[in-house]
Design a protein around this ligand. Structure first.
Ligand code: HEM
Length: 456
């Protein structure tokens, strides 16, 4: 008898189950049709089928996570990386070498390069630019003018990101071009993502040509920004200088392609998400005049009769709560994906290596199990005494873990400042040609928000 043979047997690993298949699939098509037709409604009802459910998208299986706790576990676990069809199609836009799509050591190195520009203690340095842009945003309109909120929101979002992080001269013309390019590109990317009909998108059709032109202009703009900086010979202490001086793991300068992709990877999420959120904030100020008036009163109580300034932001707690509540109900980033790098376990279920996993901040942030009166716009739910009982991870519009948005403080500061500046000066009415219905794309935003500006 050997020693081996008397060794007690290792306890058997508990048998992991496969997550249940979500109901409502259509034979042959699975859940793809429903997901494409009504993605928000479809993802929100999955919680009734289980904490994790399997979805069939044609021959492919995807896993959907539906509880706040498990989305937190997913985002914090090293067993998953950025990947999946969403990111693969975004790579066509963002490039393969930018921080938003890289994984592993490259991603860690790139985060180290960009992170200092977003540190909490650095944000006040951007204060004067944010202030100037918020004031210019609110000063552009004439009483009674009809505002096209899409182009207005994009303009201010692009200008703030570009002026703060890339310290360039961002005239309206460039912001406009970037906004048009991004709108077309994001719309086209989303279509390509939900209807992956490869060769069809290469046909010389007007829509394809428009998409190709917009994508080319986006990349041209980024090249212009980088070339202009180099030609200036200046090295201001900003994100662009950090990128131009970054070294790879061997200590060599990073490639031109990586610099380009990094600028794209920062400018694109930096403008589309902020612009969409500003549109929703304008919609909220219109739909809820009582909260708009409360924001205005708060601004007055903090500033007296001077214009709101960056330093006031931390005192504007109701305004901040309005921003957070708008982001809860209308999160710009409404869907996130991960890919399992190894076979693993989540919520007691087996997740195979290579599995694509999806979850929706929109569904999580509207879950009636987390939020009383879950569809009500109620900024006071963010008062400390009320928000303390919320389930962990029930509100993470910037995600968490190693892929958390680096720009959470930068974004909240500008969104609060813009909301306060605008609400102190204007009331809004929606005009008959306007549509504030939710338009689902890579981000969520109102379909075509047109508002009449009325001085306060
Ligand atoms: C990543 C949300 C604004 C740059 C992310 C992610 C979310 C997010 C949810 C994580 C994605 C994931 O977990 O897979 C938002 C929201 C914004 C916002 C809601 C505003 C309302 C910005 C701005 C910038 C920015 C202004 C830059 C100027 C980035 C970058 C990443 C990212 C570079 C990739 C990070 C990485 O993968 O390591 N954002 N974002 N975002 N965001 Fe934001």
């Amino acid at each position: 008898m050997t020693l081996e043979s008397v060794k007690p047997e290792a306890p058997e690993a508990p048998q992991l189950r496969n997550p249940p298949l979500a109901g409502g699939g259509i034979p042959g098509l699975g859940h793809g049709w429903k997901l494409a037709r009504d993605p928000l409604g479809f993802l929100a009802q999955l919680r009734d089928h289980g904490d994790i459910v399997r979805l069939k998208l044609g021959p492919k299986t995807m896993y959907a996570v539906t509880t706040p706790a498990l989305t937190g576990e997913l985002a914090l676990s090293p067993d998953y990386e950025i990947g999946g069809p969403l990111w693969e199609s975004l790579e066509g836009l963002l490039g393969k070498h930018g921080v938003a799509t890289a994984n592993g050591p490259t991603h860690r190195r790139q985060r180290r390069t960009i992170q200092p520009a977003f540190r909490l203690d650095i944000i006040p340095e951007y204060g004067p630019i944010m202030e100037e842009e918020a004031r210019a945003f609110a000063a552009r309109w004439q009483p009674g003018e009809i505002i096209d909120c899409t182009s207005e929101s994009f303009r201010v979002a692009v200008r703030i990101a570009a002026r703060c992080l890339l310290r360039g001269h961002y005239m309206d013309e460039r912001a406009e071009r970037l906004s048009i390019a991004l709108t077309t590109v994001f719309r086209g990317m989303y279509r390509r993502m939900v209807i992956p009909a490869g060769p069809l998108y290469r046909l010389p059709l007007p829509a394809n040509r428009k998409f190709d032109r917009a994508l080319a202009d986006l990349h041209l703009l980024v090249d212009e920004i980088v070339a202009e900086r180099r030609a200036s010979g200046q090295k201001p202490d900003d994100l662009l200088t950090a990128l131009l001086e970054a070294k790879d793991d061997n200590g060599d300068p990073i490639t031109e392609q990586e610099i380009h992709d990094q600028v794209v990877a920062i400018l694109t999420p930096g403008s589309e998400t902020i612009a969409s959120t500003i549109m929703w904030l304008l919609q909220v100020l219109t739909e809820h005049p009582e909260h708009a008036a409360k924001v205005c009163a708060e601004v007055e109580s903090v500033t007296g009769d001077r214009t709101v300034a960056f330093d006031d932001v931390r005192k504007l707690s109701h305004t901040n709560n309005v921003v957070v509540e708008a982001m809860r109900l209308r999160p710009a980033v409404w869907i996130l994906t991960r890919r399992a790098v190894t076979e693993t376990e989540l919520g007691g279920y087996r997740i195979p290596a290579g599995a694509d996993i999806v979850y929706s901040p929109y569904a999580i942030q509207r879950d009636p199990r987390s939020y009383a009166e879950h569809l009500e716009f109620d900024p006071d739910r963010w008062l400390p005494e009320r928000s303390k009982d919320l389930p962990k991870y029930a509100m993470r519009p910037f995600s968490l873990g190693n892929r958390k948005c680096p720009s959470d403080h930068f974004s909240m500061a500008q969104l609060t400042l813009i909301t306060a500046t605008v609400a102190a000066k204007w009331r809004f009415e929606q005009v008959s040609e306007s549509s504030d219905a939710t338009r689902v794309g890579i981000t969520l935003r109102p379909h075509r928000l047109l508002l009449k500006a009325i001085p306060r």
